[in-house]
Design a protein around this ligand. Structure first.
Ligand SMILES: Cc1cc2nc3c(=O)[nH]c(=O)nc-3n(C[C@H](O)[C@H](O)[C@H](O)COP(=O)(O)OP(=O)(O)OC[C@H]3O[C@@H](n4cnc5c(N)ncnc54)[C@H](O)[C@@H]3O)c2cc1C
Length: 410
């Protein structure tokens, strides 16, 4: 396949061949390619045919054309959480990303990650690990990669130690951009990824807030660890009329949040996510990070109450060395069985299914307001479900009670 020049106007099948990593944009010596948003809110490369000299450079770095090479090293899995309570509180799961950055970055280093500016998500870098707070917290929207691959390459060639974090397709884009060259001074860290949703959905929520509160969203934390609430996966939205001081906040409980209901029903993912080539246990990066799903069943000692626990998978020797060093220094946990961890990580085993209602949903998303969309598509939870989650507790809480009962019987 070659890179189509008018991918923006093409259909789902062609679009599903482009994950939007932006390597083609950054490699083009003629500046003939730019990223442009389509009507679903996803970015695609658009080629200016007047500037294009058909040199083929863009195709040479397209990860969907070039094989990026799979890791073959024996993988190791670890579970646990960072030993710093404040950092843990700011992190999505167990703070594994911060622990790894802490160990890898000793001197002369650069860290790349995804930061948020209101609803805009973009990749950037810091040269002081005390500033990585802005990369913490998963932003469930595709980050705009900008010139990060070029900048990363320059830093690597200058001999700096680089930690590059992102989604698996972004890491594959970087590797492809680097032409598969191995750099001892590069550590790649990917989040295990279920796909990226259309940013149009949260923009609709912003429109609602603008209308009702005469304010705009200035920050959106998808998985706020709210100590006052039952569960730690609360969506916390702050809005402001001036752009500075917060006028108010809206909180959605995990089980009543239309965003999770709609996204996890796979109604609004990027087309390429349904055919993602990285939904396999052969990973792209040195280290993969995720939530320690299933901890209640196979390693309850690592669940860390409601504060969050991470899964770290070391895919290469370099990754293993760093992961093991975190356990000796800043990460509280232990090695766990890789096969068990894999059992609870569907994005490492299979693609997400295309919801047959996706087309209808995307059409409605463009035309309807936030409340109407949610009413039509967010699954209303049954009383039985809510009783089970809020009264009986989550699987983890129920497993915990069972354990206590077992101990008392002994
Ligand atoms: C879009 C997305 C989908 C995910 N899906 C799953 C899943 O299905 N299963 C699972 O177990 N885990 C998933 N994760 C990973 C999970 O949310 C945590 O990031 C992971 O558990 C690491 O936790 P932490 O406490 O170390 O995180 P934090 O310290 O909060 O780490 C944040 C890390 O995530 C990166 N990041 C944040 N937002 C983005 C973004 N938009 N694009 C690229 N990189 C980003 C940052 O650069 C940083 O490296 C997903 C993350 C994202 C961003």
């Amino acid at each position: 396949m070659s890179v189509p020049k008018n991918i923006l106007e093409s259909g789902f099948d062609t679009k599903s061949q482009c994950c939007g990593c932006g390597a083609c944009v950054q490699v083009c010596a003629k500046n003939a390619i730019r990223m442009q948003e389509d009507d679903e809110g996803f970015l695609y490369p658009v080629v200016d045919t007047d500037l294009c000299v058909e040199c083929g450079l863009c195709e040479s770095v397209c990860q969907y054309i070039v094989s990026v090479g799979k890791n073959t090293a024996l993988q190791h899995a670890y579970g646990g959480h960072i030993n710093d309570a404040d950092v843990l509180n700011e992190s999505t799961s167990g703070g594994a990303f911060s622990a790894i950055a802490d160990v890898w970055c000793d001197e002369n280093y650069v860290i790349f990650g995804a930061e948020a500016d209101g609803l805009k998500i973009r990749h950037s870098f810091v040269t002081d690990k005390n500033e990585i707070g802005k990369f913490r917290r998963s932003k469930y929207s595709q980050s705009v990669i900008g010139d990060s691959f070029k900048e990363c390459k320059n830093f690597l060639n200058d001999g700096k130690k680089v930690l590059f974090s992102g989604t698996p397709c972004q890491i594959a884009g970087l590797k492809s951009f680097l032409k598969g060259k191995d750099y001892d001074n590069l550590l790649t860290v990917e989040v295990i990824c279920e796909g990226v949703p259309s940013p149009l959905f949260v923009r609709k929520l912003d429109e609602k807030i603008q209308k009702e509160k005469k304010s705009s969203i200035i920050s959106l934390d998808y998985r706020y660890k709210d100590s006052d609430r039952w569960d730690y996966q609360v969506m916390n939205i702050s809005y402001s009329s001036t752009g500075n001081s917060i006028n108010g906040t809206i909180k959605y409980d995990r089980w009543l949040n239309p965003f999770w209901s709609i996204w996890l029903a796979h109604l609004m993912s990027r087309p390429s996510c349904y055919k993602c080539p990285y939904t396999t246990f052969n990973r792209v990066a040195d280290i993969s990070l995720g939530d320690l799903w299933g901890a209640y069943a196979f390693c309850p000692d690592l669940y860390n109450k409601n504060k969050g626990a991470s899964l770290i998978i070391a895919n290469t020797d370099k990754g293993k060395k760093i992961a093991q060093n975190t356990l000796k220094t800043v990460f509280i946990g232990r090695e766990i069985e890789f096969a068990q961890a894999l059992k609870y990580q569907s994005p490492m085993r299979k693609n997400i299914d295309i919801n047959p209602k996706r087309d209808d949903f995307m059409q409605d998303l463009k035309a309807m307001d936030y409340d109407t969309i949610c009413k039509k598509y967010a699954k209303r939870k049954s009383l039985k479900f809510l009783f089970s989650k809020y009264i009986l507790g989550t699987y983890r809480q129920r497993a915990w009670w069972k354990n206590i009962k077992r101990q008392l019987k002994k």
